[in-house]
Design a protein around this ligand. Sequence first.
Ligand SMILES: Cc1cc2nc3c(=O)[nH]c(=O)nc-3n(C[C@H](O)[C@H](O)[C@H](O)COP(=O)(O)OP(=O)(O)OC[C@H]3O[C@@H](n4cnc5c(N)ncnc54)[C@H](O)[C@@H]3O)c2cc1C
Length: 377
Amino acid sequence: MKVEVVVLGIGGVGAFALRALAQQGVKPLGIEQFVPGHDLGSSHGGTRVYRHAYFEHPDYVPLLLHSSAAFGELQEVSDRPLMVRCGTLLLGRKDSKELSGARQAADEHRLLVRALNSGELRARYPQFDLPNDYIGLLEPGGGFVRPEAAIEAAVSDARRLGAELRTRTTVQSIREDKSGVHLTTNQGEIHCERLVVCAGAWSQKLIPQLQSMLQVTRQIQAWITPRNSEVIQPERLPTWFLARDNEPALYGIPADPLAKGTPAAKLAVHGRSEKADPETLARTVSPGERQEFQALTKRWMPRLAATVSELKVCMYTMTRDGNFLVDRAPGMERTWFAAGLSGHGFKLTPALGQVLSDLALDGASDLPAGFLGLRDM
Ligand SMILES: Cc1cc2nc3c(=O)[nH]c(=O)nc-3n(C[C@H](O)[C@H](O)[C@H](O)COP(=O)(O)OP(=O)(O)OC[C@H]3O[C@@H](n4cnc5c(N)ncnc54)[C@H](O)[C@@H]3O)c2cc1C
């Protein structure tokens, strides 16, 4: 089989790359080892935070604004509810790198944020028990997006525009020569002019040159059910990020009003360091890990009197500096990739999909993603 462009991996980035290519009039082929919206990679769990006053690096802001607008546009086109704009609240010491970084990004890009002192925080968000010198930075334009629904909507729109999809098809190897790119899969050979690799935690297996740059880690997302579910509704609780001293940050997402069952809010540790491999990942959560999340709930949100009701395992693919990698694959001419989304990539998947489509078709993109190119790490 011979096609012009293949998108390998239809998770978060791949779904939007497939759609961006289809919007350009190419008839791309998407290849996915499972089915889009599955829960075995990095894009499951019902909700993902989006925000724009980005402490990670102000250069992400144009890509974030592009992405939020694109989620909004897809929501309209697909007539599916993909986003909830409930605001995002950063919590921590004034001089923490997260709060000062977010303020810098907001200043540079004129984003609306509002500082809250500790008294205002206590009055407005009694869900938290914070040290007295913690302050807040509220971005009303933040919120959460529904990842599985967004992936399904992007794939469905891409197919409407002419994209094809092969599910339950695993690419085993990639080889390039002058005639094109040759993929060996468990369903036979596929040849293409250009290849876009969006393989998440599997990236370094397909592009071994990335091995030394990427590290997969095992992450846990927990859901907590409080005594009074009113206080975890998006009208009362924004998405939040708590920068702690000398310990990994915590973050959370309010109950999704569209989720079935008893309302539950998400709570997670940002960046547990347990190394993992997607093929051997421990996908169940131990009683000790459940207790860890119960203790975190009790320490930081004691007035909720909440119990941990559900836990799910997921993966981050970390780069050393926490910034993504988006570039041509090392030593290859026709293969492009995005990898190392380092636990903060879903909110940027529309921009990354667009950049990959532009790179594969034109070798350059108008979106300012050059800072994510391959670098010495
Ligand atoms: C617990 C958790 C919470 C997070 N919270 C947030 C958040 O709040 N906000 C945010 O912005 N980001 C968040 N992230 C990060 C974000 O979800 C990820 O960065 C993003 O979803 C990764 O998308 P991806 O396309 O790179 O990977 P994936 O969505 O995993 O896609 C990779 C796809 O490639 C396929 N594939 C791989 N190898 C092959 C092969 N050989 N053949 C065929 N198919 C293949 C896989 O099956 C998979 O579908 C979180 C991540 C986790 C784990």
